[in-house]
Write a protein that binds this ligand. Sequence first.
Ligand code: NOJ
Length: 798
Amino acid sequence: MQYGYFDDTMREYVIERVDIPVSWTNYIGVRDMCAVLNHTAGGYLFYKSPQYHRITRFRPNGVPLDRPGHYVYLRDDESADFWSLSWQPTAKPLKHYSCRHGLSYSTYLCDYGGIQASQTHFIPLDDPIYLIDVTLENTSDEMRSLGLFGYAEFSYHHIDFDNQNFQMSNYCSGSSYEGGIIEYDLFYEPDGYQWAAACFEPDSFDCLRDRFIGVYNTESNPVALQNGECSNSFEKTGNHCAALHKQIYLLPGEKKRFVFMIGEGRREDAQDLRTKYSNPEARDTARAELAAYWQNKLNALQIATPHAGMNTMLNTWTLYQGEINVMFSRFASFIELGGRTGLGYRDTAQDAMCVPHSNPGKCLSRIKELLQGLTSRGWGLHLFEPEWFLPPTEKKTPAKSPTVVPVPDTSDMIREDLRDTCSDDALWLIATICEYIKETGEFSLLDEQIGYADGGEGSVYEHMTKILDFSAEQVGATGVCKGLRADWNDCLNLGGGESAMVSFLHAWALDYFVELCRYLGKTEDEAKYLEMLEGVRATCERELWDGKWYIRGITKNGMKIGTQESDEGKVHMESNTWAVISGVAERSRGLSCMDAINAYLYTPWGLMLNAPSFTVPNDDIGYMTRVYPGVKENGAIFSHPNPWAWVAEAKLGRGSRAMKFYDALLPYHQNNKIEVRQSEPYMYCQFVMGRDHTAHGRARHPWMTGTGGWAYFAATHYMLGLRPDYDKFVIDPCLPGDWGGFTAVRRWRGATYNIEVRNPSGVEKGVRRITVNGSEVKAVPVCLEGSVNKVVVEMGNH
Ligand code: NOJ
């Protein structure tokens, strides 16, 4: 069953059926202000923090599933019939409904009662203002008298204030109306104000939610719409909203444009912005600037391959997903409600690794934030607020409350006993730093001095050595890295038991570092860390190989997880993919363990994380044994590690196998299977129910997953083989043999590379010849800034 389609020209996903089983969301805004909005304009808006600076309210996990939102209603004053332009909340039988989710905007189109309407929700790049740009056209042959209403419900700013302890929040929020502008405030805090307005002088308004909605009514049938006007309410205390109403007239065929706005700040801050954005030209300019902002990012790499789905996803949606994760961390969605903020160490490091070409500034700031969250012992704080490490003067003061809420001391976060330490967290950062330098050439980063979370400071380079040394020290009985609180898998809780994945990850990070040392001529460190790498390799090959594949780990009681003898959790993705990616597995073992993944974990919906699922709780292994079979970390198609298998297969040179795995997970291919998938086909989800669950194929938790970044990285760097290096650009594709080639345009260090890959003899891997601007070269060099270069790569055997 299909609910929409990809419009590649507009880079939009077009939803044409509104009765989707779950919300299909989009992210509006790219800097400080952001809204998470679904296909019926349900959702919420925040400024900087979805935890303590929420602007509009959302009732999550509710019935219906997407209330409230940012709504525009129309009312026919002759018939008193009213409807909403995004179908919800009135749910009238629209003659036409569609929703176009685009890059940081969503447009809703609706045709009802002889009025064609469109509304685009967006936030200009540089102004903290949420705009709903509305166009109405009278397609009937009569003059129409209509009531136009905009409505949004304000939040008590802090997610906790909105959900508990109303004895304070209910009485500390107030609203007022003056000169067409609603002002909302909480506690009179300097940061506690928002405003709302429209391009017109309203005929009526409501600042009090319950006066607009009415007792026992809902957003579906607000009393204000029933009456045809608002009640001009405002008050200190209560629940507040921004409801603005205007009586409008449309002649037959006449078209008019309006705008509703919600802004950050006080009424006096609103005046200039209101004037500016009341002008439709300013809105058009802001839309064009937003489009240019995204185009500039996308221009860093555009591909044309024989695979339509890969083109659509990599050229737009997968990068979009990766970028949004880096911008807003992974904590604001309809599932992650914004109550947990800050940076997850491993998540942020991996997300940042995938965008140095499209968002070098954010990638760098994330790297620095993570380096500040590293302890001098070399482990990272699993979840932290970067502002803990800012000088006191620069710290924000997140929503104070007269009710005492104990605030933990930052030093409490750094526990000597490693009780909250994850064994993988900081290892990811090594690759992120190296990839950033490969992209930008900014080696000077390595010498920058950065503080440690527990005091003192050191260069970025020193931070990297501490990370590698920590993993070398934290080994268990066999010499394999300890699992500690968890490794990448939150639900594998081995403590002093050992994690195969982390040892492989350690090897991967060491490999990056040794390469860096070699490039920098740091021979002592190169030798030291090469020796460490060889030691890890030997330990892994000795302790973790099980005859056909690699085990996942060893519990603190010495039980091996993921062996040929295991009845449950027999084969695992993490250890086997990383054995290959890290370069530890010798070739025959690499082929064999990836064959095991194909045999045991492949489904047409993607690769399961492990199989068969656990059914017997075992706390020596961890929570994964307590999650229902086929769900999340226990035998679901956990999406994030799927791209690791594409990298592993590409490293082994099996392009068709890599593509088989890529195709299975690709949401694009599931566009017409929504009755099973349910979630949006333009986004990877955190997981898809595995074979051991009755809802096999159902996808859950869209957007906020490392899958976006990793899918992008794996497909572009290893399948298409387009990889920046310190002093050259590597092109080393691994493709299905029936691909004749592909083209790509890549921006790198200020130059443009028009790349054509030819595959005349149908190989899966191997490059026979490279020319740059007609001259044969061994590798693509760094070309002059501003230059446009033609690169032809011929695949084949030497
Ligand atoms: C989601 C978490 O955000 C991520 O850190 C973790 O790696 C995966 N779950 C797997 O457990």
